[in-house]
Design a protein around this ligand. Structure first.
Ligand code: GLN
Length: 431
């Protein structure tokens, strides 16, 4: 048996044994072993040779059920490959299955999936975070090498943090969104989850690049790991973060200072406290518009008749905001604040190489715990700013509290994804 086939077989066995409880996959590729054999037989090896992927269920993969974890698209099968999927396949990556998530990527816990919550493989009984819950859990549980998620306000970084793995939100435009079923198209980015930074880099370097089918995608030089030196780190402290979490991140910054002799400086981002309030009007409005095609005529069911509570809240909210008399008051105002926050980051990045802060303000909660909507929304206060500012951000493991993983974010200026990941790679080595 070839090495790829052997690896896929081991992953399939592990999934069979443990995923009933974790619920990270919604679908397993029935041809995985056959595809593995075909890859094993190749003499010319692509850049992702034999790398085994889980794919979030809002990214189109031809022939696989792409439900966005919603009853609305329960019977929908991808009719084409998203650009990122074309690229993965062309470089000999293998897709083992489609992962669970919050319904239409709306959520921060994984609990809004119509097909049940995903359990955190590294903290039993607790949420994985979301919305890319299954993509994070599948990598953390060792069901695949890497996975893809989407991040609109934190959906890659938040579950990466809770599950103790690496999750990258690329700069806006670095990765083509063609074939992603959008939540909020001006904020969405596809990005990788991995168990270490170098695997994430390997994936990002393949999936990135300008694509004629996504007008906002940009050309960029290769994302690769370089040695970084003499850095100036901006340390960002935001109100409302659990003290223990902040302590872990502060401790990590101290270690970095000692080990690499990098300079650190406390920085401030004005208006960052408005990030959550700015994000939701943008997200609601763009989501409302994106969902108009789910009218039950072309594919799937009518969304309003088949979706869960959170998705419906956004559709109804977005519909109100879109009415002419409210558009200026909410959407345009939100765009103005978005620009302000973007400008603030640009200013700070003239002084520092990167910014370090926690990924989430709290620890993952118990699956099923009653949470107020505002409480869940506030949970993204530390991740949303990067989406608004269009910059890149990565969450890497920083430590644990009573065995529960805690992540920290590293943010760099727009387009500096390679530099950010080089910094993350160096910090990861301190572990
Ligand atoms: N939790 C945020 C939301 O519910 C972000 C989701 C995401 O990044 N896809 O919209």
């Amino acid at each position: 048996m070839g090495v790829v086939e052997q690896k896929v077989k081991q992953y399939l066995d592990k999934i069979e044994k443990n995923d009933e409880r974790i619920n990270s996959f919604l679908f397993i590729n029935p041809n995985a072993l056959e595809e593995a054999r075909a890859i094993d037989a190749k003499s010319k090896k692509g850049k992702l040779y034999g790398l085994v992927f889980g794919i979030k269920s809002n990214i189109n993969v031809k022939g696989m059920p792409i439900s966005c974890a919603s009853k609305t698209l329960e019977d929908y099968k991808g009719t084409f490959d998203a650009t990122v999927i074309e690229k993965i396949k062309a470089e000999d990556g293998l897709i083992i299955g489609i992962t669970n998530c919050d319904e239409f990527a709306c959520g921060s816990s994984g609990e809004t999936s119509a097909f049940g919550a995903t359990e955190n493989p590294n903290a039993r009984g607790l949420i994985t975070g979301g919305s890319s819950s299954g993509s994070a859990a599948s990598v953390a549980a060792g069901f695949c090498d890497v996975s893809l998620g989407s991040d609109t306000g934190g959906s890659i970084r938040n579950p990466a943090s809770h599950c103790g793995i690496v999750g990258v939100k690329p700069s806006y435009g670095l990765v083509s969104r063609y074939g992603l079923i959008d939540l909020s198209m001006s904020l969405d980015q596809i990005g990788p989850f991995a168990r270490n930074v170098s695997d994430a880099v390997r994936v990002l370097d393949v999936i990135m690049g300008k694509d004629e089918r996504d007008t906002r995608s940009v050309d960029s030089s290769a994302v690769k790991l370089d040695k970084v030196k003499n850095l100036k780190i901006g340390v960002l402290k935001v109100n409302g973060v659990d003290k223990e979490i902040q302590k872990i991140v502060d401790g990590k910054v101290e270690e970095i200072k000692k080990k690499f002799k990098w300079d650190t400086k406390e920085i401030e981002i004005k208006h960052i406290d408005l990030a959550v309030q700015t994000y939701y009007p943008l997200c609601y409005t763009e989501f409302f518009s994106a969902t108009r095609r789910f009218d039950g005529r072309r594919y799937g069911k009518k969304i309003e008749d088949s979706c869960g509570e959170e998705v419906l809240r956004r559709i109804l909210g977005g519909k109100e905001i879109t009415k002419a008399e409210f558009g200026g008051r909410y959407y345009n105002k939100a765009l103005e604040v978005k620009e302000l926050i973007k400008g603030e980051f640009e200013k700070v990045f003239k002084e520092v190489d990167c910014i370090i802060l926690p990924t989430c303000p709290g620890l993952p909660w118990e699956i099923g715990k009653e949470m107020a909507v505002e409480e869940v929304y506030a949970y993204d206060a530390l991740t949303i700013p990067a989406n608004l500012a269009e910059i890149c951000a990565v969450s890497i493991p920083a430590g644990k509290i009573k065995g529960i993983p805690v992540g920290m974010q590293i943010m760099c200026a727009k387009g500096e994804d390679g530099k950010m990941l080089s910094i993350a790679n160096q910090i990861e080595m301190i572990r």
